[in-house]
Ligand binder design. Structure first.
Ligand code: XUL
Ligand code: CO
Length: 439
């Protein structure tokens, strides 16, 4: 029985289409820079917002109308929900999805029962994956909702909670492996602190490092070959999250000897909460060889919290895709819509409008980014701006051939530095607009 009987598989109709249930830009087989849009973008739909989000907020309960869901926490309801989810994935032509253990399957009365529930739901996930061809981009554990995780999971002051979290990760890794998941994500949840008066920060960080090493070791043991990812976020729910931004994560990974095993899953709304742009976080991660995947969404700069809205801004998606192309693509990662419909958008059809809008914005962003790159104007500007490093003293510095003494002698001989050239920021911002206009 269909949950969305009035909606057919969404088709590409081109930019002139007025049909809100059609793609205007996402044309899966269209080739951009020698690769299909489908392969560049590797769209993924999140289970937690799309199938478990109710629209509740701190001021009121959920509003979402979901006729297929009986509202219970039963395993039967969870299994039925999976079939509905795959109908939506297929109708949106999304090749991937992502889940937390606790959003696909209900928490049991103890660990053993939770595992049993997870197995029962994973059975349907596997059936549906095989039937539809939709694949698992990543699995992850929800190590933050249950009250036991009030002080964190891997960074809890309570060693038993660390052990419980480790048991959940073990199980979730096994199921992610069984389902062919291409990545496994750690988002910090409550790994952080509210107040340093009651916190041993160094001990918590050391334990987080231990926890991640245990996951790496166990993955090896069971033959899980997916990519491990850490998802930076600076705050919310804690005042300070340890994985606060891409640079902090890289430092953590290096400090705990984990850099060979992890890349980063960069989320737009987390970047802006950290006081960065998405472009900054992607360029930083990419520059460190650690760009793994993205959680595509957007915040509201006037609100200032993690609103997880669907991205529709072409500047944002073009800049995002420019950085992804620059750093060689997403590899085993994808464009994962970690986004939720607004509380006021409570009907099932809104889930389609939201994803179609996001997918189209990214497809157009990809085309804009490809046009920027084909034209080479920005690339040429940057290479000319740094030309002083290609020969002469710049080349000697970069080759490590000179130190302070040689540089001082060089300047004493020369007398003064060469004049600077303009950064031309305003001109370049206007140049970028041309690609937005033209595509
Ligand atoms: C929270 C967030 C998570 C992670 C997965 O802000 O982004 O949903 O993506 O745990
Ligand atoms: Co996320």
């Amino acid at each position: 029985m269909s949950a969305f009987p009035d909606i057919d598989t969404i088709q590409y109709e081109g930019p002139d289409s007025d049909n809100p249930l059609a793609f205007r830009w996402y044309n899966p087989d269209e080739i951009v820079e020698g690769k299909t849009m489908k392969d560049h973008l590797r769209f993924s739909i999140v289970y937690w917002h799309t199938f478990r989000g109710t629209g509740s907020d701190p001021f009121g309960p959920g509003t979402a109308v979901r006729p297929w869901d009986d509202g219970s926490d039963s395993v039967d309801n969870a299994r039925n929900r999976v079939r509905v989810a795959f109908e939506l994935f297929e109708k949106l032509q999304a090749p991937y999805y992502a889940f937390h253990d606790r959003d696909v399957s209900p928490e049991g009365s103890d660990l053993a029962e939770s595992h049993k529930n997870f197995d029962a739901v994973a059975e349907v996930l596997k059936e549906e994956q095989q039937r539809s061809g939709v694949k698992l981009l990543w699995g992850t554990c929800n190590l933050f909702s249950h009250p036991r995780y009030m002080h964190g999971a891997a960074t809890s002051c309570n060693a038993d909670v660390f052990a419980y979290a480790a048991s959940e990760v073990k199980k979730c890794l096994e199921i992610t492996n069984e389902l062919g998941g291409e990545n496994y994500v750690f988002w910090g949840g409550r790994e952080g602190y509210q107040n340093l008066y009651n916190t041993d920060m160094k001990r918590e960080l050391d334990n987080l490092g231990r926890f991640l090493h245990m996951a790496v070791d166990y993955a090896k043991k069971i033959g899980f070959e997916g990519q491990f990812l850490i998802e930076p976020k600076p705050k919310e729910p804690t005042k300070h999250q340890y994985d606060s931004d891409a640079a902090a994560c890289m430092n953590f990974l290096r400090a705990y000897d984990l850099e060979d095993h992890f890349k980063l899953n960069i989320e737009t709304n987390h970047a802006t909460l950290a006081g960065h742009t998405m472009m900054h976080e992607l360029d930083y991660a990419g520059g460190q060889g650690a760009l793994g995947s993205i959680d595509a969404n957007t915040g509201d700069l006037l609100l200032g919290w993690d609103t997880d809205q669907f991205p529709t801004d072409y500047y944002l998606t073009a800049q995002t895709m420019l950085m992804i192309l620059k750093h060689g693509g997403l590899g085993s990662g994808g464009v994962n819509f970690d986004a939720k419909v607004r509380r006021e958008s409570f009907e099932p059809v809104d889930l389609f409008y939201a994803h179609i809008g996001g997918m189209d914005a990214f497809a157009k962003g990809l085309k804009i980014a490809a046009a920027v790159r084909a034209d080479k104007k920005l690339e040429q500007f940057v290479s000319e701006r740094y030309a002083s490093w290609d020969s002469g003293i710049g080349a000697k510095i970069e080759a490590g051939k000179v130190g302070l003494e040689e540089l001082q002698q060089y300047m004493l001989d020369k007398g003064n530095s060469d004049p600077n050239t303009s950064g031309r920021q305003e001109m370049l911002e206007a140049v970028f607009n041309r690609y937005i206009d033209r595509v």
